[in-house]
Design a protein around this ligand. Structure first.
Ligand SMILES: Nc1ncnc2c1ncn2[C@@H]1O[C@H](COP(=O)(O)OP(=O)(O)O)[C@@H](O)[C@H]1O
Ligand SMILES: [Mg+2]
Length: 263
């Protein structure tokens, strides 16, 4: 596979944002052990948007929770800006597959709550929350309750909530997989626009997905994982200009190549 866009060597020049070193995870359930992550190591560079791609159940969400500091690896190390991650980092925000909003709070309150929880006064929190809701296309829906919003709108609220804290690293766990195809596609474009505009000061995004097409369409590099117990099968650089054309020859070539690694 010696074609030029697979070459990862030149990335070595950039500062490292995140590094996983021999991360392993085995769950112990009673007397039984479930080895989920056998051995995952990779680097992510400053300014990169990467995908972690793997089959369902291989351990992608587990890996992302470990990166977010929500869970501890059985062994191995995670360095974020050259420092080990210790517990939940205020610099890392996560968007889940299904939007975990508090049903008794409005869209605005769901976003402002995370800012207030970080010690910001109510008025400023509300202002910032309003700004991010508007940025994700929800101006006018500030006072709506989750039950009054569509699936796509709820996912927008959770994206606004993640951006509002100005994270340096944004983690997206299959964030588009439960939306209808059209809504998913417009949210993908919006995320790419926000990323291109440098909104919220984000320095890197990790998209976890099992959809090859989504990974090739959105990201700069794909870390391909095997089925459980998972390891890194391959790293693929997606050196295609944006906006990407899903029907271009190179897009389809890369797609085919990645499908081979995953199957
Ligand atoms: N807290 C847990 N305790 C026990 N097993 C778990 C736990 N979390 C995940 N698993 C198991 O780990 C495996 C990988 O899960 P997950 O990380 O959610 O995969 P993916 O996100 O790739 O679909 C699954 O078999 C799942 O049942
Ligand atoms: Mg998952």
């Amino acid at each position: 596979m010696g074609t030029e866009w697979w070459d990862v060597e030149e990335l070595d020049e950039l500062p490292v944002l995140l590094e996983l070193i021999k991360v392993k995870k085995t769950y112990v359930i009673g007397k039984r052990k479930l080895e989920v992550i056998r051995d995952v190591s990779f680097k992510m560079y400053d300014g990169e948007f990467i995908a972690i791609l793997g089959p369902s159940g291989c351990g992608k969400s587990t890996l992302l929770r470990i990166i977010a500091g929500l869970e501890k690896p059985t062994s191995g190390q995670i360095l974020f800006m050259n420092k080990p991650i210790e517990g939940i980092s205020p610099r890392i925000a996560m968007v889940f597959q299904s939007p975990a909003l508090l049903p008794w709070l409005t869209a605005l309150e769901n976003v402002s709550l995370v800012l207030e929880a970080r010690g910001m006064d109510k008025k400023t929190s509300m202002e910032i929350a309003r700004r991010y809701l508007s940025l994700v296309g929800l101006a006018g829906f500030e006072n709506s309750y989750p039950r009054e919003l569509s699936g796509g709108m709820k996912q927008r609220v959770s994206i606004a909530r993640a951006l509002a804290v100005s994270p340096q690293l944004l983690l997206l766990d299959e964030a588009f997989s439960q939306l209808d195809p059209l809504t998913a596609e417009s949210l993908r474009s919006e995320i790419l626009d926000l990323w291109r505009m440098g909104v919220a000061g984000i320095r890197g995004i990790i998209l976890v997905t099992h959809a090859v097409d989504e990974a090739v369409f959105m990201t700069d590099r794909i870390i391909v994982l095997s089925s459980r117990p998972t390891t890194v099968v391959k790293e693929v650089v997606i050196d295609l200009p944006r906006p990407r054309n899903r029907r271009s020859k190179r897009f389809l070539e890369i797609l085919d190549e990645v499908y081979e690694y995953i199957s």
